[in-house]
Design a protein around this ligand. Sequence first.
Ligand SMILES: [Zn+2]
Length: 586
Amino acid sequence: MASARLVRATMVALPSAVCVYRCSSGSNSASALRPAFHRRFVAVSACASAEGSSPAGGFTNNSPQPVSSVRISRKQQRAQSARVVSQQSSTRVTEENAGGSEYEAVIGIETHVQLATATKAFCSCPSQYGSEPNANVCPICMGLPGCLPVLNEKCVEFGVRLGLALHSDIALKSKFDRKQYFYPDLPKGYQISQFDIPIASNGFLEVDLPVECGGGHKRFGITRVHMEEDAGKLIHAGADQLSGSTHSQVDLNRAGVPLLEIVSEPDMRTGLEAAEYAAELQRTVRYLGVGNGNMQEGSMRCDVNISVRPKGRAQFGTKVEIKNMNSFSAMQRAIEYEFERQVQLIDEGEGDKIVQETRLWEEAAQRTTTMRKKEGLADYRYFPEPDLPEVILNEEYIESVRATLPELPNEKRRRYETLGLSMQDILVLTNDIDVAAYFDAVLEKGGDVKMAANWIMGDITAYLKNEKQSITELKLTPPTLAELIGLIKDGTISGKIAKEILPELLESGASAKSIVEKKGLLQISDVATIEKMIDEVLEKNSSQLEAYRGGKTKLQGFFVGQVMKASGGKVNPALMNKLLIEKLNG
Ligand SMILES: [Zn+2]
């Protein structure tokens, strides 16, 4: 606490953003300032594999490689037909294509997830998003000399939590390492990360692909999950990026914010699979409550590694990293673009132009462009962080964390399947944990499965969208929806009347029964009351009754109409018909 107070005192004199350097004539020095932001373990693995070929984004390449069919766009199909011609005239490409005429993408993803802890990883500064620049900083996260980091225990808990949810092995003994690189948003000159012993490794994530895209169930390998801290953020003045800016300012609010980095195996083969993997990871993070997974705020960032190879060939092509995608659909489009670009280069005999580099996805232009070449892999000179003790866990602790895991998205989907719901409905209902919890609560109160699903996905979702509300803010509670469904099911009200009173239920949160009663919409199902109504109608229409009994049975419809009218349309039609026939024939 003493150090936290010291922080405030120190910070009073600081400007809202610290100016760190000036660029001379807007020099394009981004790559000079920041060595390739690439992990050394990839470098190690790349060295071990054949020259110019390394696993896309994986620490190891000995995992099973599920080969799925390549889903390609129409544009790509056209491009492929065109390629057949070029292949015939190119011996080199024909050789490369010995295994088949089609290419496939090999995709791995590195995801950074910001953790929903109250404070940063190694100091007591708040880790909230959206504060004034440099409002949440202290000597520790500013990297001032003489400060010692203290590990936030919640980071370990969240690491174990996500590791368990991803079916990983949890390391009983892991440690932190220093990853050295120089960049103005990294005040210490190194990032505290985990190098050779991550908190979790060797897991998997199960995904159900959207029905409209052909469906299917896939399992994608998780190489590792490790803990690390985030860097600060540079704000460039006079331009959106460093290039062309007059000067840059650094905001260290994000410095020291805890992250989990999740590295997948290179198991994805299409943009769709990659996007669905990332969406499932986001769902898992949200279900677990370890982070909000918000891509727009940068709370979840995905870097995609993609290489292309002829189908059937085991060796990987040269991988390219793509950054800067802030939605799953952007990720899918970026991969599809990059796949086509690389295939085209190979087909045109210019495969050597595919170089190991980082490319940026340009949303406006719908293309990837070179951000920096990876000329020689950076040496981060990892070594164990001397200021932090090893992270030693025991089985008891791990089991105590496991006991708090919620039902995970995949488990929920499997359970909903047993309820008889379609996969399309299941994917909608389980996408958001709050929607799934609402649905479960309706079922718990006895609501019919299919009716509950339809009400939630239909009228209620439309209302929430319109009112920009989340389902947790809804006044119509799960017990009330279950009650409404019950009223329809037992014939108390018709589905039409239920839709009529829905707006009032959504606005007032009153019970369905009370509204039905207040408005006199209750269906009349009491035998004595209906019989009394029928008797009155028959008495008033004695001549028609005589005609009916004389053989003019078509008049039954007339009597039905009369009784309906007398009841104000509220009489239970089936029951009334039965009683009416008895009376008419009696
Ligand atoms: Zn701090």
